[in-house]
Design a protein around this ligand. Structure first.
Ligand SMILES: *Cc1c(COP(=O)(O)O)cnc(C)c1O
Length: 427
């Protein structure tokens, strides 16, 4: 599509957008009495307008039914978590029994590593992307130490080639192959939080399996953003948070994927708790852990109903929107429009002031563009904030901007770019 750098054009794209009404289902933060230009869904998705009601319903159940709320009411708490697995399974390309909604992300990463990182003297290495989100680095280092290994020996990070900003799939596959005799696990982000690079999860999974290792992914920045097919790609396990692209609120509930091929594997360790016990016998309170078959068997603690209620408000919107493919179609255009407008700004300057480090290939990115500001980066970011554009800042000079198809408009993108151009004149 040929884009134009003017407001009327942006508004025309909005009029043609089949998802345009979904913006009304979210509460937008205000700036000087108007909707802010919110491009920070990669960090915290917006509040669904229905969230309060979902929460109020469960508070009312608690008030009116008290403990009976586990078994009574129109959505008894005992099975409340199960009412979410269909929606999230569709989002991550899984069978319903391969997903469970539970805990928070880093906790789930640890629980899954308990099962899928079982180093021995021959196979003890983990391959991950260099510059992964710190929590993932800390989790992996501490897991490695827990098993008695030194992270320096056991963790291999892959960095971009000299002069490049993102990873080449070829390099990833080569490093996997080179370490095949000692490799226990390949654990990658789905989308790198800093660069916005969307990795080739299928190719990485195939290479890990070829090397005799497991393949797992942290989909914090991928789930609800790009289409993934965890089941069909044969991914062993994955986890994600739901407060970024899935709008479940700060610290919202996380989720896991475990491929069905592992359901009957008795060799896998797991840290058990009663909520993962087989459902038909859970309340017999018998000694000896007998897990529920499926990802549900990885649950540990009583489901946090209030967090689940918030997540449910959001999943209803995803379901109504018609699935990730519909969202992705708009997302590709929104992000391409932002990219086009940034290139237009650069053309007016002597040098490329705004350098996009996210891959130019749409298949290798999601909503997010990470923009390096070559001069006055922090001042530019402050200028945007003061004028109602909410993006996010990463040291030393990166602004991440993520137009989200459920609630952002082409006009939002136009306004943000307009202010990025104005900022250069104003400072
Ligand atoms: C956001 C994010 C986290 C945060 O983990 P929490 O346990 O939810 O605090 C971890 N890893 C990645 C890759 C992230 O993007």
């Amino acid at each position: 599509m040929k884009y134009q750098n003017d407001l009327a054009f942006a508004r025309q794209l909005d009029e043609q957008d089949p998802l345009r009404d979904f913006r009304n289902r979210f509460l937008l933060p205000q700036h000087n009495g108007e909707d802010a230009v919110y491009l920070c869904g990669n960090s915290l998705g917006l509040q669904p307008a229905s969230a309060q009601q979902y929460l109020a319903d469960q508070l009312a159940n608690w008030k009116n039914l008290a403990v009976e709320g586990w078994f009574q009411g129109n959505d008894p708490w005992l099975n409340y978590h199960k009412s979410l697995t269909g929606s999230i399974a569709r989002i991550v390309g899984a069978q319903e029994n391969e997903v469970a909604v539970m805990n928070s992300l880093t906790v789930n990463l640890h629980l899954l590593m308990v099962s899928f990182y079982k180093p021995d003297n021959k196979r003890f290495k983990i391959i991950m992307e260099g510059g992964a989100f710190p929590s993932d680095q800390y989790a992996m280092e501490s897991q490695v130490r827990f098993h008695g290994y030194d992270p320096k020996d056991a963790i291999i990070e892959i960095f971009p080639r000299e002069g490049e900003l993102t990873l080449s799939t070829e390099d990833i596959l080569n490093v996997i192959d080179q370490n095949k005799n000692e490799l226990a696990l390949v654990l990658f982000g789905g989308i790198n939080y800093y660069t916005g690079q969307f990795f080739d999860l299928k190719a990485i999974t195939d290479a890990a399996h070829e090397a005799g290792a497991y393949a797992g992914f942290d989909l914090a920045h991928a789930a609800g953003n790009v289409s993934v097919q965890l089941h069909d790609w044969g991914v062993d396990f994955a986890c994600w948070c739901s407060y970024k692209y899935m709008n479940s609120g700060p610290g919202g509930i996380s989720g896991i994927f475990v491929h069905e091929k592992h359901f009957t594997d008795k060799e896998l360790n797991r840290f058990a708790g009663w909520w993962g016990y087989r459902r038909d016998k859970q309340f017999l309170m018998a000694p000896g852990f007998d897990p529920e078959v499926g990802a549900a068997g990885w649950q540990v603690s009583t489901a946090p109903i209030l967090l689940l209620a918030l997540f449910k408000a959001s999943m209803a919107i995803f379901d109504d929107a018609g699935g990730l493919d519909v969202l992705r179609k708009k997302s590709l255009r929104l992000t391409a429009y932002l990219e086009f407008l940034i290139h237009e700004i650069n053309k007016q300057q002597e040098e490329e002031v705004y350098s996009i480090i996210t891959p130019a290939d749409p298949a290798a990115r999601g909503c997010q563009l990470s923009v390096v500001c070559k001069r006055n980066a922090r001042v530019i970011f402050n200028y945007l904030s003061q004028n109602g554009v909410i993006g996010d800042w990463r040291e030393p000079d990166v602004i991440r901007l993520s137009p989200v198809p459920l609630y952002n408009t082409f006009e939002d993108v136009y306004k943000a770019a307009r202010l990025m151009a104005d900022a250069l004149k104003a400072i």
